[in-house]
Design a protein around this ligand. Structure first.
Ligand SMILES: [Mn+2]
Length: 317
């Protein structure tokens, strides 16, 4: 797998590395690690990490401007299961496309697809491949991959982290003497405005008798708290392990894109099928949906509540 990847990459002079819309640390870090390792391994190649960033992740690393043309270039898409969620202006011109992903399979849209849904993160897949291959690494590249892995596994809370994950990381922590505190600060330092918004969510989350928690965040509220529409989705993992809440949802108005965004998490039933029915997707326990307005968002919430009702019935049998 890693050798095939190496041989393909070797053939192209221009390489574009993309990932999903609504950037998160695993998406960003996987693309930056792939970009920098290719640059390090093949210094003459032109490699671009593209997509819209977020000021929230300024401490992690920076992206590139898209090249003028993709003619004849190689595209590598990280952390994205479907074509419509790739954060890129166009697919035209690419000679070959590669996908590296850990989401449940949605569709094949690349010539060569490396998918392992058992892995915690796209970053873990890449770190494992780099270790076994001729791709060069350095401390910075390892730090990207570590941060992406930590973020997507919610600091090793999920079952996708195994002894293999820890062993893999351990070998590199030793090799590069990376400092955990520095990496966590780059990942988790956040503005006070977001903490205050989180306080609002804590106080205003509605909880149904089926143990579904949800909260609506309007654009007015985002303005009041000086936050952007990506903020609630970014803090959603902080609501895990609350007694009395099994599935929880933030419903956020995004005026710029004229949508309402649902971020959904579960520590009980798989929620990705309901997300998919409503045009979204993601992981079994961490999904998202974009809809037109709050009314449609509440249809998703109702379906999730029904799912929980059934789940609770089975659990209590
Ligand atoms: Mn991911």
């Amino acid at each position: 797998m890693q050798n095939k990847l190496y041989e393909i990459i070797k053939k192209y002079d221009t390489i574009v590395v993309a990932r999903h819309i609504g950037v998160d640390p695993d998406a960003l870090c996987s693309q930056l690690a792939v970009r920098d390792s290719i640059k390090l391994t093949f210094p003459k190649k032109k490699v671009y990490a593209v997509g819209s960033g977020s000021s929230k992740f300024n401490l992690i690393g920076s992206l590139d401007k898209e090249p003028d043309s993709y003619e004849g270039a190689l595209l590598i898409v990280c952390d994205t299961p479907d074509k419509k969620r790739v954060d890129i202006s166009s697919f035209d011109g690419f000679s070959y496309k590669i996908k590296i992903d850990h989401h449940p399979f949605v569709e094949k849209f690349c010539d060569y697809e490396i998918i392992d849904i058992k892995k915690s993160s796209a970053c873990e897949i890449i770190l494992e491949m780099f270790e076994k291959s001729k791709f060069k690494m350095n401390k910075d590249i390892f730090e990207y991959l570590f941060m992406g892995l930590v973020s997507d596994s919610n600091r090793f809370l999920f079952d996708t982290c195994t002894y293999k994950t820890f062993a893999l990381i351990s070998r590199y922590l030793k090799k590069y003497k990376a400092t955990l505190e520095d990496m966590y600060a780059r990942l988790y330092l956040r503005p006070l405005s977001e903490v205050r918004l989180e306080g609002y969510i804590q106080n205003n989350m509605v909880v149904t008798k089926n143990k579904l928690g949800y909260v609506k965040i309007t654009d007015d509220l985002l303005k009041k708290y000086d936050c952007d529409s990506a903020s609630p989705g970014n803090m959603i993992n902080n609501f895990n392990y609350i007694d009395g809440i099994i599935v929880w949802v933030t419903i956020t108005e995004d005026v710029k894109n004229e949508i309402v965004r649902l971020s959904i998490r579960s520590r009980g039933p798989a929620i990705n099928e309901i997300a998919m029915i409503h045009g979204g997707g993601g992981h079994k326990m961490a999904s998202g949906v974009r809809v037109k307005n709050f009314d449609i968002a509440m249809d998703v919430v109702k379906d999730l509540d029904k799912l929980l009702e059934e789940y609770n019935r089975k659990v209590n049998l």
